[in-house]
Ligand binder design. Structure first.
Ligand code: FPP
Length: 238
């Protein structure tokens, strides 16, 4: 499929759902599904960038995911640990800038250090801007932003209340400086937002597919963009 005549969204957000079911279908433990899902993440980053997507934001671990069985939480954290380390090399190779969004103060010290290293090492890269949502919740992000905002307001570094606009508040979100996504993709047939990017997705198109995350590939991404273009035309877009 050629994407030549399509309008490519600048920022795509993804809820990578269905790893557990993918593994179950193969009589394998859920953790195997997450490992496979992590490989899919790497491939999709490359495909997205080749298609002309500038920003990609994936939901890797939500503030609610701590409630999963300890073994599963540990596996996910270890996958993310490996990812942060390996990604120092990959981001150099493919010129990708990586940023973590979410409350990382709750993560283990070594993981936080790897995150810092990766963010610093990739900060000047000019290719895909890749955001990983880790211990992320939309409500939590807005609340943390409101607290920081209130602190700065009290310190007198903000305009008067009457003059404060959305852009002033956006600076306090984890996604400060990143344009809002035009397209949200959720895999595996669930039709929920699950506390993802509540502020940022206000005007996004939503695309839901039954495909399970480990099976999501370039073709599926193209289908989502095709859908986005149909919606865009209906509402008088380009
Ligand atoms: C949802 O599937 C997926 C997650 C909770 C975790 C997503 C994490 C990864 C894809 C791996 C690590 C990420 C990176 C960025 C390297 P589920 O377990 O809810 O599946 P189910 O609904 O079938 O049970």
């Amino acid at each position: 499929m050629s994407m030549e005549n399509y309008e490519i969204p600048r920022h795509v957000a993804i809820i990578m759902d269905g790893n557990g079911r993918w593994a179950k279908k193969r009589m394998m433990p859920r953790t195997y599904g997450h490992a496979q899902g992590s490989k899919t993440v790497e491939k999709i980053c490359e495909d997205a960038y080749r298609m002309g997507i500038e920003y990609l934001t994936v939901y890797a671990f939500s503030t609610e995911n701590w409630q999963r069985p300890k073994e599963e939480v540990d596996t996910l954290m270890n996958l993310l640990r490996d990812y942060m380390k390996d990604c120092i090399k990959t981001s150099k190779k493919n010129n990708m800038r990586v940023r973590i969004i979410g409350d990382i103060t709750k993560l283990d010290t070594d993981l936080r250090e790897s995150i810092k290293k990766l963010e610093e090492a990739s900060s000047k890269n000019t290719g895909l801007k890749f955001q990983v949502a880790l211990n992320y919740g939309g409500r939590d992000e807005i609340l943390r932003a409101a607290k920081k905002f209130a602190e700065d307001y009290a310190a007198g570094v903000l305009p008067e209340f009457g003059a404060v606009g959305e852009a002033d508040f956006e600076n306090y979100l984890d996604t400060a400086g990143i344009p809002s996504p035009e397209l949200l993709i959720r895999t595996s047939g669930e039709v929920r937002l699950s506390n993802y990017l509540l502020w940022q997705l206000a005007y996004a198109e939503f695309y839901f597919t039954d495909v399970l995350w480990p099976d999501f590939d370039k073709k599926e991404l193209q289908k989502a963009i095709e859908y986005y273009n149909k919606r865009d035309r209906r509402f008088g877009g380009v």
